[in-house]
Design a protein around this ligand. Structure first.
Ligand code: URP
Ligand code: ZN
Ligand code: ZN
Length: 461
C-alpha cells in the first residue's frame, strides 16, 4: 500500500522544507505540499524531521577478533541500527592470506543472509596483493559490487599489511574504480611501544592508548595519502581520531588528492580519561586508534564542518564487558578492540552536532547519510530523499530528551560507552524500502528483509 508521510519538515544534505513524501512500493514516488492519493496510508510527521535513512559505512558484525567474536551479529546489529535511524550499513568482510577472495565473501554472505533487517553491503579486506588476488579483484568489484577495499596498516602479525600491499591495492583500485580504505596507524612502532610497556609492567587499559600515540596515526595517514597520490588513486581513511591525522588529510585535499576521511561518535564525544576508570572499566573504552585528549574533539568537529572529513561511521564492534573485554585483565593487549555504537551514531550526531550548534541540519544529513552513499557507490539510491530513491526514511522528533543506557538500548551487549549521556531528539519510526522496520519506537521488521547491495564504482563526489 502507498504511504504518505504528512506534515513533517523534510531535510536532505541540500535543503530543509515543509513537504509531504509519497512512498510507492520500495521507492519515493513524489515530494510536495498537500499530496493526496486515495487509499494511501497517512503517516503523521507533524513536529518531526523527515530524514533520509542513515548510511553507516563502518561496521563489524559477527566478526572474530582476539580469540572471540563480536557480541552483535547481523540480526541484533542491524535491528539496533534501525532503532537508531540507520537503514544501510557497509560491513567489513575479512580475508586471510592465501584464502580465495570469493570464499571470504561467501562466508560473509552466510553471516548476513536471513538475518539483516536493513540493507547492507560489504567492504573487502585485502591481506596481501599477490597476482592471484589482484586478478580476483576484478570479479570482486564488477560481479560482487564490492567497490571498496580495506588495508590495515596496524595490528601487527594479525591484520597488518605492508606498504607494497597497500600500494599495489591502490594501483589496482584505480584500474577497477574502487576506493581503498586504510586503518591508519603505524603498526610497527605501536608493536615496539607495546612490548616496552608490558616489559615495564604497565598492563592497565590506559596503556593501550599510551602505546598508540597520535603521531603514529598522523604518520600512517600521511604515508597512505602520499602512496594514493603516487598511484593516482583514491583513499578513504577510516576512524580518524586526532589533529595529526586531520592535518595530513587537509594537506592532501589542498593538493587536489582524492583523499577522504571518516570519524566516529566516540572520538567526537569521549576522551582518553575514560581508559583510566577504576575496576578495569577502562577496558570498555578500548578502541584502535584510541580515544584522545579532549582538545582533539573540537578539531574533529571543525573538520566535519569544513568538509576535511566527510563521514561519521560507528565502527560498531561490540564485545561484552563480562566474558570478553575482561580477557585483558592484567594485559591490555588481550582486551578485544572496539565498542557498541551502531545504535547511537545517528542520535549522538544530531544532539552533539546540530542541537549543540556545531553543524547545521543539512551537514548532519550529509555526514550521517549522504556522503557515505556518494563515496561508496550507493547514491542516489540511498542517502537522500528524492523521487526514484529507495524509500528509506527516518521520522525524528527533535523535542524529546532522553538518556542513553544499556538498560534500554537494543544492542546485544552488556554496556553502553555513552551510558548516562543525555541527548536531544529521538527516532520515532524508520522505513526501509517503504516498509516499517520501527513503528512508533516498536520493532516491526523481519530478519532477512535486508537486501545485499551491489555498489557502483567509485566516483569523485
Ligand atoms: O577498535 C576498533 N576500532 N575495533 C574494530 C576494528 C578496527 O580497527 O576497525
Ligand atoms: Zn580499524
Ligand atoms: Zn573498524
Amino acid at each position: 500500500m502507498a504511504k504518505i508521510i504528512r506534515g513533517g519538515t523534510m531535510v536532505t544534505a541540500a535543503d530543509t522544507y515543509q513537504a509531504d513524501v509519497l512512498l510507492e512500493g520500495e521507492k519515493i514516488a513524489a515530494i510536495g505540499e498537500g499530496l493526496d492519493v486515495s487509499g494511501a496510508e497517512v503517516i503523521d510527521a507533524a513536529g518531526c524531521y523527515v530524514f533520509p535513512g542513515g548510511v553507516d559505512p563502518h561496521t563489524h558484525l559477527d566478526m572474530p577478533f582476539g580469540g572471540t567474536v563480536t557480541a552483535d551479529d547481523f540480526e541484533t546489529g542491524t535491528r539496533a541500527a534501525a532503532f537508531g535511524g540507520t537503514t544501510t550499513i557497509i560491513d567489513f568482510c575479512l580475508s586471510t592470506k592465501g584464502e580465495p577472495l570469493r570464499q571470504a565473501i561467501a562466508a560473509w554472505h552466510q553471516k548476513a543472509a536471513n538475518k539483516a533487517v536493513i540493507d547492507y553491503g560489504f567492504h573487502l579486506m585485502v591481506a596481501e596483493a599477490n597476482d592471484q588476488v589482484l586478478e580476483e579483484l576484478q570479479d570482486v568489484v564488477q560481479t560482487e559490487g564490492i567497490t571498496s577495499l580495506k588495508v590495515f596498516m596496524a595490528y601487527k602479525n594479525v591484520f597488518q599489511a605492508d606498504d607494497e600491499t597497500l600500494f599495489k591495492t591502490l594501483v589496482r583500485a584505480r584500474e577497477l574504480g574502487a576506493l581503498v580504505q586504510v586503518h591508519a596507524e603505524n603498526g610497527d612502532v605501536i608493536d615496539y611501544l607495546t612490548r616496552q610497556a608490558l616489559a615495564a609492567g604497565n598492563t592497565d587499559p590506559i596503556y593501550h592508548a599510551r602505546t598508540r600515540p597520535p603521531e603514529a596515526e598522523g604518520e600512517a595517514t600521511g604515508r597512505a595519502a602520499a602512496l594514493a597520490a603516487l598511484a593516482d588513486s583514491q583513499l578513504y581513511v577510516v576512524h580518524v581520531t586526532c589533529a595529526e591525522a586531520v592535518q595530513q588529510i587537509a594537506q592532501a585535499r589542498e593538493r587536489g588528492w582524492k583523499v577522504y576521511g571518516e570519524t566516529c561518535p566516540q572520538y567526537l564525544t569521549l576522551d582518553i580519561s575514560c581508559l583510566e576508570k577504576p575496576d578495569f572499566e577502562g577496558a570498555k573504552y578500548v578502541w584502535s586508534p584510541p580515544l584522545r585528549d579532549k582538545f582533539h574533539q573540537e578539531v574533529l568537529w571543525n573538520a566535519l564542518k569544513s568538509g576535511i572529513l566527510q563521514t561519521v561511521g560507528s565502527d560498531q564492534c561490540s564485545f561484552n564487558f563480562r566474558g570478553q573485554k575482561d580477557l585483558g585483565r592484567g594485559d591490555f593487549t588481550k582486551i578485544p578492540n572496539g565498542g557498541p555504537v551502531i545504535e547511537d551514531r545517528f542520535g549522538l550526531l544530531y544532539s552533539e552536532g546540530v542541537h549543540a550548534g556545531r553543524i547545521s541540519l543539512n551537514q548532519f544529513v550529509d555526514v550521517v547519510s549522504t556522503k557515505a552513499a556518494k563515496l561508496f557507490g550507493l547514491f542516489p539510491r540511498k542517502g537522500t530523499i528524492a523521487v526514484g530513491s529507495d524509500a528509506d526514511i527516518v521520522i525524528f522528533d527533535p523535542g524529546i530528551r532522553r538518556t542513553i543506557s544499556a538498560e534500554t538500548h537494543h544492542m546485544n551487549v552488556d554496556y553502553n560507552p555513552f551510558e548516562g549521556m543525555e541527548v536531544q531528539g529521538e527516532v520515532v519510526s524508520v522505513l526501509s524500502r517503504g516498509e516499517y522496520v520501527v513503528r512508533d519506537k516498536q520493532f516491526v521488521g523481519h530478519p532477512g528483509a535486508g537486501k545485499y547491495l551491489k555498489r557502483e564504482p567509485f566516483q569523485r563526489p
